[in-house]
Design a protein. Structure first.
Length: 272
């Protein structure tokens, strides 16, 4: 039987409508790009990228594309990074200037914080700048006192604010590496004595213990940087941490290798 023009037109309309319905099915919708995973990077200089010798994202905060948050976001498919970590930040700075970047739909949060609250970098630089064992030990005693008496409450306050702002987020808190190994016979360690190393290591150990303890209390995930950076200290053949630097902001911070091979894999181990 021959189809009339009207019947042919109706057939085309029905076919077109069927195609539209097919496009609206869940399978077709799934083919579209999924909503990006919201990733917010908070914290201090160990998150912003100090040590990588670049400020190509933000001069004042030393944010750069060699920092672990940027690397992780580039490695993960469909990830939207909000990068607000800033060199020199304390827990108070995070509370006042960075928490606002979080939302109720934020999926991942990373942070390094606490070092500036106790003057960690100032301790390191003062120990090699003056080559004075007694002064280094005094600085270590001050830092350890702050860890024992002040840092816990400060961390609790910041972690509580993160949880309130992003209650369903996976929060990864990263620790600080120990920049000093057993070998101190290199220019990067010039001015650091064996006694200095002992003083500094006591602070690193106590800082690690305090942060990991408060992270557990908050229900977040803690990833220590001490073991991953082991064997990559400032005098190692493949250092992941800078020693002395003309720019004090880069001294004793991860190098580009440290961010790429040390910190980034720690985050990826948790968030994929």
């Amino acid at each position: 039987m021959r189809h009339t023009p009207l019947r042919n037109t109706l057939a085309l309309l029905v076919a077109g409508a069927t195609a539209l319905v097919a496009l609206a099915t869940p399978g077709a919708q799934a083919a579209k790009a999924a909503t990006p995973d919201g990733y917010v990077a908070l914290g201090d200089s160990y998150s912003s990228g100090n040590g990588a010798n670049s400020t190509n994202l933000d001069f004042f905060c030393n944010r750069n594309t060699y920092a672990y948050p940027y690397l992780v976001a580039q490695q993960r498919p469909n990830t939207a990074l909000t990068f607000v970590a800033c060199g020199g930040a304390t827990t108070t700075d995070v509370n006042n200037n960075q928490i606002s970047a979080l939302t109720s739909t934020t999926k991942f949060v990373t942070i390094t914080i606490g070092g500036n609250d106790i003057g960690f970098v100032n301790l390191l630089t003062s120990c090699w700048a003056y080559n004075d064992d007694a002064q280094c030990q005094a600085a270590a005693d001050t830092a350890n006192g702050k860890i024992a008496n002040q840092l816990g409450a400060a961390l609790d306050g910041t972690y509580a604010r993160i949880k309130a702002a992003s209650p369903t987020a996976t929060v990864v808190v990263l620790g600080y590496p120990n920049p000093l190994g057993t070998n101190l016979s290199c220019l990067a360690a010039d001015g650091i004595s064996t006694a200095n190393r002992t003083s500094i290591s006591s602070v690193v150990t106590n800082l690690e213990s305090k942060i990991s303890n408060r992270v557990a209390a908050a229900g977040f995930t803690y990833k220590s940087a001490i073991s991953p950076f082991g064997g990559h200290d400032i005098c190692a053949s493949d250092p992941w941490v800078n020693g002395k630097a003309w720019n004090l902001g880069d001294a004793y911070h991860p190098s580009r290798s440290g961010y790429a091979n040390g910190y980034a894999p720690l985050v990826r181990a948790v968030i994929g």
